[in-house]
Design a protein around this ligand. Structure first.
Ligand code: SF4
Ligand code: SF4
Length: 473
């Protein structure tokens, strides 16, 4: 069955032409209230994104995601692999938060906060407008042969794009390996860190490819969040939407004619000027309804408002609204689905806060050495061998660390030094023996409680098992 004409836009994406090739989008430069506010938000987020790996709190990098060395800092708090459960809960909270936000406000994240949109629309696109001019000039330039003007503009654009991609790649690396290391690499001989230099150039190439060529295809084809929209949005979700009731009227949209009485002719307020289409960075027509390609960038709201102002009609023909707002003219409602997601979100946040408060700065584990049995010693002493690990999550070294048995009478002896140090944000590990007199054993397997001390101060307690022969009593 052939798709009805007004539904044909759903058969292909706006950036693929009839021959199946890429239809390059030349969006008009947006202007207006929303674009101004989005620019302000983007300046703040760009500053945050670029500075976060270079800001330190208590000596900790503000944001660090060192996957290779398994070191993570979030808002200056160091997280260790031992805190993995906290990371998992934080990620689940992030996902639920985004889902809740999407159910209520649609893709507001894509238009206002997503780094892809921020870099593409607020950095690369602005540079493109500066070098190549607005939509009309860009289309002309693309069509014209490779003369001096085209070569000059294109080469200049590519060089600037490459430099910015290189800067972004450096910042990205600072998130991964830490800003101190990055700065030491930059100030040192690059050939001493050849593999890092290669990674840097690969990242630069990826960013250049995304922002110079792949562009809106990230949002349309690659982004998993974009793909989720179909299940998250409903007719109560607030999106950038075209008011089709008002825009189409009784007899549909029509070109503007000063002398025409549109109310009498039954025409809607849309004057079919296509400005909302020309300004769209994903190349779609918002008048076809909510589409997966729409990143809610608000450019069409601003553009249509300009047109409405010019023809003397009320603004807001395209605005933030839900399908229900438009059709029934009903106000926003907090639905059962929203209530459910909010409840889950609050519970998870509560759990995370609780866990953060219970999180220790020092974590000790003592485990029996695998494959080793207990030993009988003189005078009824039983000995077990263990490995230990003490993690110091703080930015201060912990010295004079020792173990004491809290639950039983007995001795703990570490193999190298009896008292040891744990470096800041580091760990100490080694081997130790625990010895108990057989009279201390009520069973073949005793659970021991052990205190970890720095000097005389108890800094952590841990437990381990102690094995002995069967039946002493
Ligand atoms: S900008 Fe507004 S008036 Fe012009 S085509 Fe789009 S919706 Fe219609
Ligand atoms: S339809 Fe409007 S809000 Fe959506 S991407 Fe295009 S210009 Fe942005």
């Amino acid at each position: 069955m052939e798709t009805p004409k007004n539904e044909q836009f759903r058969d292909s994406i706006g950036t693929i032409n009839d021959e199946g090739k890429r239809a390059w989008v030349f969006p008009k430069k947006p202007s207006g209230k929303f674009y101004k506010y989005r620019s302000y938000v983007s300046y703040f987020l760009l500053a945050f994104l670029l500075l976060a790996p270079f800001v330190k709190i208590n000596g900790n990098q503000f944001l660090l995601f060192n996957v290779l060395e398994r070191k993570f800092n979030i808002f200056g708090f160091p997280f260790w692999p031992q805190d993995f459960h906290l990371m998992v809960i934080s990620m689940i909270i992030g996902v639920v938060f985004i889902i809740l936000f999407t159910v209520v406000f649609g893709r507001i994240f894509c238009g206002w906060i997503c780094p892809q949109t921020i870099f593409l629309e607020m950095v690369f696109r602005k540079i493109e407008y500066l070098i190549e001019g607005d939509r009309g000039k860009q289309i002309r330039l693309a069509k014209q042969p490779w003369n001096a003007e085209k070569i000059r503009k294109r080469v200049l654009k590519w060089i600037v794009f490459f430099i910015i991609s290189f800067i972004i790649a450096n910042v990205f690396l600072a998130y991964l390996i830490g800003s101190d290391k990055l700065i030491s690499y930059i100030t040192g001989n690059p050939l001493d860190h050849f593999s890092t230099l290669i990674s840097l150039l690969i990242f630069t190439g990826v960013f250049y490819f995304i922002f110079a060529w792949f562009r809106e295809q990230v949002c349309i084809i690659a982004c998993p969040y974009g793909r989720l929209q179909g299940v998250l949005l409903d007719n109560k979700t607030i999106n950038v939407a075209y008011d089709h009731v008002r825009g189409e009227g009784k007899t549909g949209r029509g070109k503007f004619n000063k002398k025409e009485d549109r109310v009498a002719s039954g025409k809607g307020d849309c004057i079919d000027c296509f400005q909302c289409v020309h300004v769209c960075p994903t190349g779609i027509d918002i008048r076809n309804g909510t589409q997966l390609e729409c990143v809610n960038c608000t450019a069409c709201i601003d553009e249509c408002d300009h047109i409405m102002e010019k023809v003397g009609l009320p603004k807001g023909l395209i605005r933030y609204a839900s399908e229900e707002n438009i059709v029934k003219k009903s106000p926003f409602k907090f639905t059962a689905r929203m209530k459910g997601y909010s409840a889950v979100l609050f519970i998870l946040i509560g759990i995370l806060i609780g866990m953060l408060f219970l999180r220790n700065d020092v974590e000790a584990t003592i485990l029996r050495l695998p494959g080793q049995l207990y030993q009988h010693k003189e005078n009824g002493i039983i000995s077990n061998i263990y490995t230990y690990k003490v993690v110091n999550k703080t930015t201060k070294e912990i010295d004079d660390v020792s173990y004491k048995l809290l639950s039983h009478k007995g001795t703990i002896e570490t193999v190298t030094h009896q008292n040891f140090e744990v470096p800041k944000q580091g760990l100490a590990e080694g081997t130790l023996f625990i010895e108990l007199h057989q009279s201390e054993m009520k069973d073949e397997k005793e659970k021991l409680k052990i205190g970890v001390y720095s000097g005389d101060k108890l800094i952590e307690t841990t437990t381990t098992n102690f094995l002995g022969p069967r039946s002493y009593r």
